[in-house]
Design a protein around this ligand. Structure first.
Ligand code: PRP
Ligand code: URA
Length: 212
């Protein structure tokens, strides 16, 4: 895969450790859900390194000082349904008051083309820092369309976070949306002929919600 300026792959040993358990087919639904949440929290910290802070005046027991805070009310989370739901609590651990919007996408299993079936976003989202989240970035179709949907509704400051990315999907999103930072915890080898990521972790939605 080419080097893209807007793509950030995490290389943290703790993330590697947790992703290795996540992939294991013997990891059950409860642990899978907890791991997705924990990895998302770690990714949220890392992805906020360059965030714009605002000065605030704080009175300590000893004196008045100028400190710096993230304007928390300026953050929104948008999971791509269904599997993105598993990442919402992970971002909420860092930004508990972030509003949540939802974009519903499913991949047509024959064509692998994404279909949008739902979109409900918080008022004022166009002025917020939006975390678009989905554990799996496979062909990149769902992420590309979800990003286009958010841009169409006026969002200007979006970051996309996926736990596992395939090179094909990462390249597609990076090229279609060069203005969007793309964070993936782990870059996998390739897609198989059915659009599944290898080595991957299987169907994230099914593993999160126990549907298969
Ligand atoms: C999965 C995943 C992504 C999409 C990735 O969702 O959660 O949304 O596939 O594939 P792509 O990069 O090729 O578009 P799926 O369509 O299985 O729906 P689900 O979340 O309801 O299980
Ligand atoms: N969606 C998933 O849940 N898993 C994959 O490997 C690809 C798309």
């Amino acid at each position: 895969m080419k080097n893209y300026k807007n793509v950030f792959v995490f290389d943290h040993p703790l993330i590697k450790h947790k992703v290795s358990i996540l992939r294991d087919k013997n990891t059950g639904m409860k642990e899978f859900r907890e791991l997705i949440e924990e990895i998302t929290t770690m990714m949220t910290y890392e992805s906020m390194r360059n965030v714009q802070l605002v000065p605030v005046t704080v009175e300590t027991p000893l004196e008045v000082t100028t400190q710096y805070r993230v304007p928390e009310e300026s953050v929104a989370i948008v999971p791509i349904l269904r599997a993105g739901l598993g990442m919402v609590n992970g971002v909420h651990k860092v930004f508990p008051t972030a509003r949540v919007g939802h974009i519903g996408m499913y991949r047509d299993e024959q064509t692998l083309e994404p279909q949008e079936y739902y979109c409900k976003l918080p008022d004022g989202i166009e002025n917020k820092t939006v975390f678009l989240v989905d554990p799996m970035l496979a062909t990149g179709g769902s992420a590309c369309d979800a990003l286009a949907a958010l841009k169409k509704r006026g969002c200007k400051n979006i970051r996309f976070m996926a736990i596992i990315g395939a090179p094909e999907g990462v390249s597609k999103v990076a090229e279609a949306h060069p203005d969007i930072p793309v964070y993936v915890s782990t870059l996998d080898r390739q897609l198989n002929e059915n659009g599944y990521i290898l080595p991957g972790l299987g169907d994230a939605g099914d593993r999160l919600f126990g549907t298969k």
